[in-house]
Design a protein around this ligand. Structure first.
Ligand SMILES: Cc1cc2nc3c(=O)[nH]c(=O)nc-3n(C[C@H](O)[C@H](O)[C@H](O)COP(=O)(O)OP(=O)(O)OC[C@H]3O[C@@H](n4cnc5c(N)ncnc54)[C@H](O)[C@@H]3O)c2cc1C
Length: 530
């Protein structure tokens, strides 16, 4: 039996690291344990082909909370995030393209090539979306009111209600719509031309096994716009050194605050004698005792670690929905993609943007329906980022690395098929999809690492391969994340907490669940000591 800690954290993902930093700052003695040999969870940079490094899973920054960046002194630890030259570049089916971002005027000019009316509506669209994103931002750092809780929860509910009530009626309607309707309905109300709808609609299917025509997909679109880069709201950027630069900076801060990090060790069980969490058992049988246990793992992973804790609480956790239908691939490239619609292999601004191979909402809908029937889409939705265009730490001089983020690939395949046999076929389909728009792409790939939903589950413990630790649907958000009755970071055992993306406000590299959970842990810890 090792010496007792104040807290043991299961998992050293970015939320676990964030939580650890706040707990240590409050004077708690903290130990973290992660089954991987690299800290950072799904936000890590690794070599995937000799001489080529890249973010392994998560690949682009926006949602990382400014308070977390400041409190954890990430910039002082060397974190530097650069913005894209413009947000997105979409090659279209007819040899055309659209570029979005890089300033309102530039986007308006671009959209006007397809519809003058759409270009005129853009400022209003951004303003209305921004107003709702601000509501979300206001709720991010708050602990949701717990349904079935006491007076403090009633007060929290009243506070959140008051915030919503203060909005103008139009914004209230937008909130209701964006939380419930489909992305295509929302976009159809605003725009008539397909390219701009495809560009905005892409966000509604990122990490979401859904069509833009599926109810609730508008919320996922919104979830992707509440962030910022260097103070610019809604923008996305690249962390120099890849996403691992974020978590390495967090790790340095955690260690400077005295946190002990044990890697390559899996937690097999939470100790919960007498209804109170008192530590964990590692896979080799070692016990780590602690006054409380905080889980950064997926909620259904936590359920497994509590196998010997019976009760009614188990059923809703068993039913927690978790599948994003994502395939992630890194490729080493001998040269940049040469797009038919915007030719050239030399680095141009569009190579530094998010390049989306999904020319219309109809295309995205077909990718969804075909995956629903056949397990994965033969013509998938693919976004490529080529971080080596702005970061020379990732690839040898003259060569490049690209992150490919692809939908829709189901965790379970029909007819007894399995990912270990289909991985390379699916990867080939992704490469073919890009090659349709950039004919030199296939021949330029000199190395690749493919992560199917099964691999995401095996490698990172993402049950169902869900990149957000569970679907971002209304029944799994705010007070209901992960499940109703456990929305305030406190889990079914006393002294057991959830600090990962399965807690409010959900997935993304935000640091927010870790920040908020720490506040609740510290509150209870102080009461325990008094
Ligand atoms: C393919 C992919 C692409 C993504 N792209 C983006 C993006 O571009 N931008 C963005 O903002 N977000 C992105 N996301 C989402 C984002 O990465 C996640 O929501 C976020 O990393 C979750 O952080 P976390 O700390 O809560 O959990 P994780 O990062 O999942 O960390 C949890 C940790 O717990 C450990 N663990 C689990 N079980 C155990 C156990 N039994 N014992 C010990 N350790 C355990 C795991 O090994 C892991 O290290 C992406 C995710 C994926 C998978």
């Amino acid at each position: 039996m090792s010496k007792p800690y104040d807290a043991v954290i299961i998992g050293a993902g970015h939320n676990g690291l964030t939580c650890a930093c706040y707990l240590a700052a409050a004077g708690m003695k903290v130990c973290m344990v992660d089954r991987r040999t690299v800290a950072g969870g799904a936000a890590v940079t690794e070599e995937f082909h000799p001489g080529f490094r890249n973010s392994t899973a998560s690949y682009t920054v926006s949602l990382l909370n400014p308070k977390v960046i400041r409190d954890l002194r990430l910039a002082q630890h060397g974190l530097r995030v650069v913005e894209r030259p413009f947000a997105n570049f979409l090659p279209l089916s007819d040899g055309e393209y659209i570029k979005v971002g890089g300033g309102l005027e530039a986007t308006r000019r671009e959209v006007a090539r397809f519809s003058k009316r759409d270009a005129e509506r853009l400022p209003d669209y951004y303003a209305r979306l921004e107003a709702v994103a601000d509501v979300l931002r206001g709720l991010l750092l708050e602990t949701p009111p717990n349904v079935g809780g006491g007076i403090p929860d009633l007060f929290r509910a009243w506070k959140s209600g008051r915030r919503l009530n203060a909005l103008p009626m139009q914004a209230k309607r937008d909130v209701l719509d964006l939380f419930t309707i489909c992305a295509s309905e929302w976009l159809d109300r605003w725009f008539e031309s397909e390219p701009i709808k495809a560009c905005f609609g892409f966000d509604s299917v990122v990490g979401n096994f859904a069509s833009p025509h599926s109810a609730g997909s508008a919320y996922v679109l919104l979830h992707h716009v509440f962030g910022e880069v260097n103070g610019n709201k809604g923008s996305w950027g690249h962390a120099i050194g890849g996403m691992g630069a974020i978590t390495q900076a967090m790790r340095r801060e955690a260690e400077a605050r005295g946190v002990e990090i044990r890697l390559g060790r899996a937690v097999a069980r939470v100790l919960g004698a007498g209804g109170r969490a008192s530590g964990v058992v590692l896979d080799d049988g070692e016990e780590v005792s602690a006054r409380c246990v905080v889980s950064n793992a997926h909620p259904r992973m936590l359920l497994r670690l509590l196998a010997d804790v019976p009760g009614d609480w188990r059923e809703p956790f068993e039913n927690y929905q978790s599948e994003s239908a994502t395939l992630r691939m890194n490729v080493a490239l001998s040269e940049l993609p040469d797009f038919t619609c915007l030719p050239g292999k030399h680095a141009q601004p569009h190579h530094g943007s998010g390049i989306i191979m999904a020319p219309s909402l109809g295309f995205m809908d077909r990718a969804f329906t075909s995956a629903r029937e056949d397990g994965w889409s033969r013509q998938p939705i693919v976004e490529i980022l080529i971080p080596s265009t702005v970061d020379d730490t990732l690839a040898p001089k003259g060569a490049h690395v690209a992150s490919l983020f692809c939908q829709h690939f189901r965790r379970e395949l029909p007819d007894g098929r399995g990912w270990d046999n289909e991985r390379e076929h699916a990867a080939d389909a992704v490469i073919d999809q890009v090659t349709r728009f950039a004919p030199n792409f296939k021949a330029s790939v000199i190395g690749r690492r493919v992560l199917t939903p099964l691999d995401l589950e095996r490698e990172f413990g993402l049950i169902g391969g869900d990149i957000f630790h569970g679907k971002l649907t209304l029944n799994q958000m705010f007070s209901a994340r992960p499940v109703l009755g456990y929305g305030n970071y406190r889990m079914p055992l006393k002294g057991l907490y959830l600090c990962g993306a399965g807690a409010h406000p959900g997935g993304g590299v935000t640091g927010v669940p870790g920040h908020n959970a720490a506040r609740e842990v510290i509150r209870d810890f102080r009461k325990l000591k008094d």
